[in-house]
Design a protein around this ligand. Structure first.
Ligand SMILES: Nc1nc2c(ncn2[C@@H]2O[C@H](COP(=O)(O)OP(=O)(O)OP(=O)(O)O)[C@@H](O)[C@H]2O)c(=O)[nH]1
Ligand SMILES: [Mg+2]
Length: 341
């Protein structure tokens, strides 16, 4: 068993959602190992093509070979970057989707948390400014695990304690995977101060129009429409935390949005790397990039330096699956070249 498969066993044991389980199963089947194996093989072949010239210092790497080597390294670098792009989704599968309930005081953020979780977890009151510190609760929404965070309401004229609560809200928001921006259906949607608005991105924000039971059938005002369009957001989902209307649609929208956070290159949960993999991949990418810069510099750097960078890249890739043997490099070298002519 490779190291990545052993890690997958750990992930299987700790998986707390359907999607996390699927990802762990695919890694256990060796998906990451296979993809990585292709990158490692391509790098070993390239290294053998370079290193043969170290043994014959009078011969420089011919232009034609240099082009092949550059192309091969670019391919490996591309694969490395694609793997790296799966880290964010991997984190989200392992830790849960960090979901922040955001909005003005009294719009019903805590009521929504309670309605979604199904218990009276957060204090609710008709007084604005009820929630001061943030509250986190884990819950499953379809195949996903959410870490739902209820925050202090955004008050344009906050008291001292509220101000500190709002600073924490801004901090939560900067690390959010998903934002549920809640408005009160009976009131105009207040504009967000810039420190909050800067985090509102359409690909991770759902606008929720709560208390729809109070204004059933009433459309959004033109001013609200203009603001929502300006932020490039979809129209809000009408819900009521009190009657439960619209909560099913809200859950469905959450599932769609989180599924949309999957990395584009890999199908479903094919590959979702962890922090250890990402650390090694970043070092591999840096080393491969250095080798490529050396090869394409005018004049190109000496072949020994380039081979050193490629070896560093190979070692970093090898760390993920286990060690890369020097034997394997020598085998490839002898298999591909007729040394001594
Ligand atoms: N009619 C109606 N009332 C609601 C709904 N959701 C919340 N409320 C009421 O609105 C008031 C405020 O609700 P909270 O959940 O405390 O609001 P909040 O956004 O957490 O408020 P802060 O913590 O002060 O920022 C309470 O009296 C709730 O009962 C809803 O869907 N319909
Ligand atoms: Mg609250």
């Amino acid at each position: 068993m490779e190291l990545t498969q052993a890690e997958a066993v750990m992930d299987l044991i700790h998986a707390r959602s359907e999607r996390a389980l699927a990802a762990a199963q695919r890694q256990l089947q060796g998906e990451l190992g296979r993809f990585l194996g292709e990158l490692i093989n391509a790098t070993i072949l390239t290294l053998s093509q370079i290193e043969v010239y170290i043994d014959f210092p009078e011969e420089d790497l011919p232009v034609e070979n240099r082009r092949q080597v550059v192309e091969a390294l670019e391919n490996v670098l591309r694969g490395t970057v694609r793997l790296l792009a799966t880290q964010a989704y991997g984190d989200l599968l392992r830790d849960g989707v960090k979901t922040v309930l955001l909005g003005a005081p009294n719009v019903g953020k805590s009521s929504l948390l309670n309605a979604l979780v199904g218990t009276e977890r957060a204090l609710v009151s008709p007084e604005p400014g009820t929630t001061r510190d943030y509250i986190e609760e884990r819950l499953h929404v379809g195949p996903h695990l959410l870490r739902l965070i209820d925050t202090a309401g955004i008050n344009p004229a906050p008291g001292v304690l509220e101000q500190r609560g709002m600073a924490k809200t801004a901090e939560c928001l900067s690390r959010a995977d998903l934002i549920l921006w809640v408005m009160d259906a009976a009131l105009p949607c207040p504009t967000l101060p810039p420190e909050f608005a800067q985090h509102i991105r359409p690909d991770k924000t759902l606008l929720v129009r709560n208390k729809i039971d109070l204004v059933f059938g009433q459309n959004l005002s033109d001013e609200d429409l203009v603001q929502i369009k300006g932020l490039d957001l979809d129209l809000p989902l009408d819900v009521s935390a009190v009657t439960g209307v619209g909560l099913g649609e809200l859950r469905a929208a959450v599932i769609d949005l989180v599924d949309g956070l999957r990395p584009a290159f890999f199908a479903e949960e094919q590959i979702a790397i962890n922090a250890r993999h990402a650390d090694a991949l970043r070092r591999a990418a840096d080393a491969l990039q250095a080798a490529l810069s050396g090869l394409t510099a005018v004049p190109p750097l000496p072949i020994e330096l380039i081979s050193g960078d490629v070896r560093a890249g190979l070692d970093a890739l090898g760390e993920i699956a286990g060690r890369v043997d020097n034997e394997r490099i020598l085998d490839a070298l002898f298999a591909n070249f007729c040394i001594g002519k």
